[in-house]
Write a protein that binds this ligand. Structure first.
Ligand code: MG
Length: 204
């Protein structure tokens, strides 16, 4: 499986890191070795001094496809969850300054914490949108609403599948809302869709 991540998909988050809002979705990949599953702990990596959390809605691809039209995109995912795109922000800043790729900041071992997947219909609020949030040590640090995404799930699947064939089991990280921040050793993160806890992760 592969993990496809979307950057700057919420205007308020792009603003907090002084980034322009992209005209097209900004994509990067994480390999399967980046997965952190089953609420496993994350060991603070030795190569960064500024580890950040980014909570995101995840889509699990259930059918192979490429060049998918937005109107058919719903057929390609049945389940959603929440995850944390752990980012070495100090290294990402250096990569950006030099115009280098982001993988060493974003795609290292266990940098993609993946929650329990639930049927997409169960994830929606009464308006048909997904509300999600992240708690750090029992305090809410990020709150998001899928309707605030710059590019919708269906448009993302369509765009991504022009470049990368989507395979059953692939996971899309759909971007983080505002409120990203620093991770410290000992922190405990818990991520929710609505009131349902789908992921916990302790930093060791
Ligand atoms: Mg992210």
């Amino acid at each position: 499986m592969k993990i496809i991540c979307v950057g700057r998909n919420y205007a308020e988050h792009a603003k907090e890191l002084n980034n322009p809002v992209p005209e097209k979705p900004l994509l990067f990949l994480k390999p399967d070795t980046a997965q952190l599953l089953e609420n496993g702990p994350l060991y603070y990596p030795g190569f960064t001094k500024e580890l950040h959390y980014e909570v995101e809605i995840l889509l699990k691809i259930c059918k192979n496809g490429k060049f998918i039209k937005p109107r058919f995109a719903q057929d390609y995912y049945k389940e959603v969850s929440v995850g944390i795109d752990f980012t070495a922000r100090d290294i990402q800043r250096l990569c950006k300054e030099k115009g280098h790729p982001w993988e060493i900041a974003k795609s290292w071992n266990n940098s993609a914490a993946i929650g329990k997947f639930i049927p997409k219909e169960d994830a929606k609020n009464k308006n048909g949108h997904i509300e999600f949030s992240l708690q750090k040590n029992k305090k809410i640090v990020q709150k998001g609403l899928s309707s605030n995404m710059i590019t919708s799930f269906d448009e993302l699947i369509s765009y991504i599948s022009q470049y990368f064939t989507l395979l059953r089991g692939d996971v899309i990280f759909t971007g983080t809302p505002k409120g990203v921040g620093e991770v410290q050793n000992g922190d405990i993160f818990e991520a929710f869709i609505g009131a349902e806890s789908l992921l916990t992760c302790q930093i060791k």
